[in-house]
Design a protein around this ligand. Structure first.
Ligand SMILES: *[C@@H]1O[C@H](CO)[C@@H](O)[C@H](O)[C@H]1NC(C)=O
Ligand SMILES: *[C@@H]1O[C@H](CO)[C@@H](O)[C@H](O)[C@H]1NC(C)=O
Ligand SMILES: *[C@@H]1O[C@H](CO)[C@@H](O)[C@H](O)[C@H]1NC(C)=O
Ligand SMILES: *[C@@H]1O[C@H](CO)[C@@H](O)[C@H](O)[C@H]1NC(C)=O
Ligand SMILES: *[C@@H]1O[C@H](CO)[C@@H](O)[C@H](O)[C@H]1NC(C)=O
Ligand SMILES: *[C@@H]1O[C@H](CO)[C@@H](O)[C@H](O)[C@H]1NC(C)=O
Ligand SMILES: *[C@@H]1O[C@H](CO)[C@@H](O)[C@H](O)[C@H]1NC(C)=O
Ligand SMILES: *[C@@H]1O[C@H](CO)[C@@H](O)[C@H](O)[C@H]1NC(C)=O
Ligand SMILES: *[C@@H]1O[C@H](CO)[C@@H](O)[C@H](O)[C@H]1NC(C)=O
Length: 743
């Protein structure tokens, strides 16, 4: 029999071995850039074409003689548009054989049935990566009928023994597609002379099993996990081989008619996306990809290795460019050339590797927007912009003020702002308070008063300092100062003093209307504080109490004393009768009779003072000095004009005796005086020696008489203030004196 016998009905499973690829494979090392070359930069030897169609052909690849390194020849077929490039030293064997071949599955027969051979077609070449892509085979086996099938296989041979090309194990995968297929890859030691009987070794396989129609449901698009599609990674190192694919067929299946074909391919990983319709129909994948499916080839300089350190390179050394280095492949033979980091170009040609301008390739070489990119040989700098620190390459440029400092500054700023806001709030609050006090203290009423000045508290503030302090009383503290070029005495009530607003305002208005030469004038007040501050005219000589009993006693002749008595009485008269409203002083005493530089007395501390004092709780000290207090008033609690008259009587006593009215059991000045007067109608021994002169005794007697009348415990016996004044006035006239303020 010249033809092999065709076996009948060989049932399941049948195994078919296909030789798909033959390859001589040194190893690879990824490499520097060449594909993205500067267009000015040559990629080939001088005078050599660098393109076939739109495919760049860099040296060591080349088309014309003398333009390529041995094994790297490319043929360009210009009958296509664009032209197509083929690896010259390669073969793709396309063969078809039928089931009966299985009986004598000898490679010799297999090869003998080769129908056609071509070189494999290049897709692109990357010098930088040391790889090329090409179209590879899709092998298929399709059932003819229940017993027979036909397989169409493409076998690719990459070069001879010292081929520069190797199937990339990392970038390719084995794919099987079909309803029931076991795809196997065999490697065979390639021997062109001996086609058959070569050792074969199973490298990898994958199984797609859909024998049971129900399993079809598990076939899913995009999934290549054994249901309609299977996938296997290529092993780490493939020996120099022929690669074979084997199919396991079961053609006694109801799916036979719709799913006649299975496919096997070595293809660039991630390229193929399984779709269930690929299982149906006849020769679907080969028809869809007539030029083949892409796979990746590593290339290297096959014969030789990098020179050892210090050794001169061999004469045919491939790495001729400066700025480049050499790397041995992992297979132990062959080497690749690559440009240094930050250089690009073709290390296989002289001056091929040129510095990369990284600043134009920000995607690959980061430099943040805050950085200033500066190219340099073998790298680049990306310092941060002025005023910033950090690393522009890492994108860590920050303002020179460290974040923490900024935070702190921000914090300080924040605190400052808060403080400012708080201050404003306080200020507002204060203003509001000021306004409230002003209103509470009868500001609106007082605004209408003609003779009263309303001072802002800010104007008074400077006055309240210890150097200005001149005294303290029941009312509060008294300071002297100057307002509107006028010396003033400012009375600051002890805080906590409370006044009824309208009452206070009215009192102030009344007082302000009391304008008399012998009454201390109320200039104004400040209502913007809780307890209103009163501003009076300032008198330089202090109080009558001071000059009579104080440390700096001054000589006081009778004339001065008479004058003081008379004028003080004049003031009290005015208060009692000459104003629209009767004003009772309530606390007449030497301390409340002030003297100006000419010793003109002025009554102070009435009205408001008493109001304020009364509102305070220390009744004893406030109501008035007990030594001057009308005993009747103390008994009845009813203050009358005659109470002031009584007190004035005590003042007269002090004027003539220069003794301080003290209030202690049995030794009161008043009692002593009155007792002495009762006994001898005279109290001469109680008179101040300074004024006892025989010619003045009459005057002194009259004066004593007035005092005694004033001190009468029978209120009705007491003269009126007017009466007192009139008598004092007459006495004073009769005893004129010239007085000068010595202060
Ligand atoms: C060449 O051109 C074809 C079609 O014109 C295109 O598909 C292919 O990607 C191009 N190849 C390169 C390397 O540019
Ligand atoms: C170019 O390709 C065509 C069609 O495949 C073929 O007939 C022709 O021989 C090829 N030419 C070369 C130079 O390989
Ligand atoms: C199967 O097909 C082949 C080729 O077409 C044919 O020779 C063979 O007789 C067929 N077998 C059956 C069982 O139909
Ligand atoms: C897979 O996608 C194709 C279209 O690409 C669709 O016709 C088919 O039904 C899908 N298969 C599955 C299982 O979803
Ligand atoms: C195919 O399977 C059916 C039943 O499943 C069986 O009857 C038939 O003999 C089988 N055919 C072959 C060729 O094995
Ligand atoms: C498969 O899918 C990936 C990602 O969606 C795509 O990049 C690739 O081109 C697809 N492959 C084919 C052959 O369409
Ligand atoms: C490979 O190296 C051998 C010696 O080691 C040499 O004889 C041969 O010519 C080289 N072949 C190529 C293609 O360089
Ligand atoms: C490459 O291999 C050769 C020979 O094995 C060795 O002498 C040389 O040092 C190696 N070079 C490098 C860069 O590994
Ligand atoms: C190395 O790179 C620099 C910068 O591109 C270039 O000027 C120089 O010529 C290169 N050296 C060689 C030997 O190629």
């Amino acid at each position: 029999m010249t033809t092999p016998s065709r076996p009948h009905s060989q049932p399941l499973p049948k195994i078919l071995l296909l030789v798909l690829l033959s390859a001589t494979i040194p190893h690879l090392i990824p490499e520097a850039a060449a594909a993205e070359q500067d267009e000015q930069q040559p990629i080939t030897l001088a005078g050599c074409p660098d393109k076939c169609g739109n495919i760049s052909i860099p040296y060591p690849f080349g088309m014309k003689p003398g333009c390529f390194r041995e094994g790297f020849q490319v043929t360009c077929n210009d009958s296509f548009n664009p032209h197509r490039a083929y690896v010259a030293d390669s073969r793709v064997y396309q063969s078809t054989f039928e089931e009966y071949d299985r009986v004598k599955p000898e490679f010799s027969e297999l090869w003998s049935r080769t129908l056609d051979t071509t070189a494999f077609e290049l897709i692109d070449i990357s010098i930088a990566n040391g790889e090329a892509r090409a179209y590879g085979a899709v092998s298929s086996v399709c059932s003819q009928n229940e017993t027979d099938y036909i397989s169409k296989n493409q076998h690719m041979k990459l070069g001879e023994k010292m081929s520069p090309f190797f199937l990339s194990t990392e970038r390719n995968v084995l794919i099987g597609v079909g309803w029931r297929v076991q795809t196997r890859v065999y490697s065979h030691l390639w021997s062109p002379s001996v086609h058959g009987n070569s050792q074969k070794e199973l490298i990898l396989s994958c199984l797609s099993d859909l024998a049971d129609p129900q399993l079809l449901a598990f076939a899913t698009n995009g999934s290549c996990k054994g249901r309609g599609c299977c996938e296997a990674a290529l092993p780490e190192a493939l020996p120099i081989t022929v690669l074979g694919l084997a199919f396991t067929m079961n053609n006694n299946n109801t799916l036979f008619k719709t799913n006649p074909c299975s496919y096997a391919m070595v293809v660039e990983s991630s390229w193929y996306n399984f779709s269930t319709p690929d299982m149906y129909g006849y020769e679907v994948l080969p028809n869809r990809y007539p030029r083949g499916v892409p796979f990746v080839i590593d290339f290297s300089i096959p014969n030789g290795s990098c020179p050892a350190k210090g050794q001169p390179p061999p004469s045919d050394y491939a790495c001729v460019s400066g700025n480049s280095s050499c790397a041995n492949t992992t297979t132990g033979q062959g080497y690749v050339c690559k440009c240094w980091d930050h250089y690009e170009g073709n290390p296989y040609i002289v001056n091929g590797c040129q510095d990369i301008n990284e600043c134009e390739l920000r995607d690959l070489y980061p430099c943040s927007a805050d950085g200033v990119c500066k190219n340099k040989l073998g790298g680049y700098d990306c310092p941060c912009k002025p005023g910033m620190k950090g690393d522009g390459i890492k994108g860590t440029c920050t303002d020179k003020f460290p974040a923490t400092a900024r935070v702190i500054l921000g914090g300080i700023g924040g605190v400052f702002i808060i403080a400012a806001i708080s201050f404003l709030i306080l200020l507002r609050k204060e203003k509001k308070k000021t306004r409230q006090f002003y209103e509470k203290n009868g500001g609106h009423t007082l605004e209408k008063a003609k003779f009263i000045k309303l001072f802002e508290k800010e104007r008074l503030k400077p006055i309240f300092k210890s150097s200005n302090f001149i005294g303290k009383g029941g009312f509060g503290e008294v300071y002297k100062g100057i307002l509107d070029n006028e010396p003033v005495a400012v009375k600051k009530p002890i805080s906590g003093s409370v006044l009824e607003n309208e009452q206070f305002a009215n009192e102030v208005i009344i007082q302000s209307q009391v304008i008399h030469k012998n009454i201390v004038r109320l200039i104004g007040c400040c209502l913007e504080v809780e307890a209103p501050i009163l501003v009076y005219e300032f008198l330089c000589s202090g109080s009558l109490d001071d000059i009579l009993h104080g440390k700096n006693k001054v000589p006081l002749n009778l004339g001065v004393r008479l004058s003081i008595a008379a004028e003080s009485a004049d003031g009290l008269v005015y208060m009692h009768s000459k104003t629209n409203i009767k004003i009772l002083h309530g606390d007449v005493k030497p301390a409340n009779i002030l003297l100006d530089e000419k010793f003109v007395p002025k009554i102070s501390d009435f009205g408001i003072s008493r109001l304020i004092a009364r509102d305070k709780h220390h009744t004893g000290s406030i109501i008035g000095d007990m030594s001057y207090m009308d005993p009747v008033y103390l008994q009845t609690g009813r203050l009358t004009e005659k109470s002031d008259v009584y007190s004035f009587g005590v003042v007269i006593l002090e004027l003539i005796s220069r003794k301080k009215a003290t209030h202690s059991e049995g030794s009161s000045l008043v009692i002593n005086f009155l007792e002495a007067y009762k006994k001898e109608r005279k109290a001469t021994h109680l008179f101040d020696k300074e004024i006892i002169a025989t010619e003045d005794l009459e005057v002194l007697d009259s004066l004593t008489g007035i005092a005694v009348e004033c001190l009468s415990l029978d209120v009705d016996q007491r003269p009126s203030m007017t009466d007192v004044f009139n008598r004092l006035f007459i006495l004073n006239q009769s005893h004129k004196s010239q007085l000068v303020c010595e202060l």
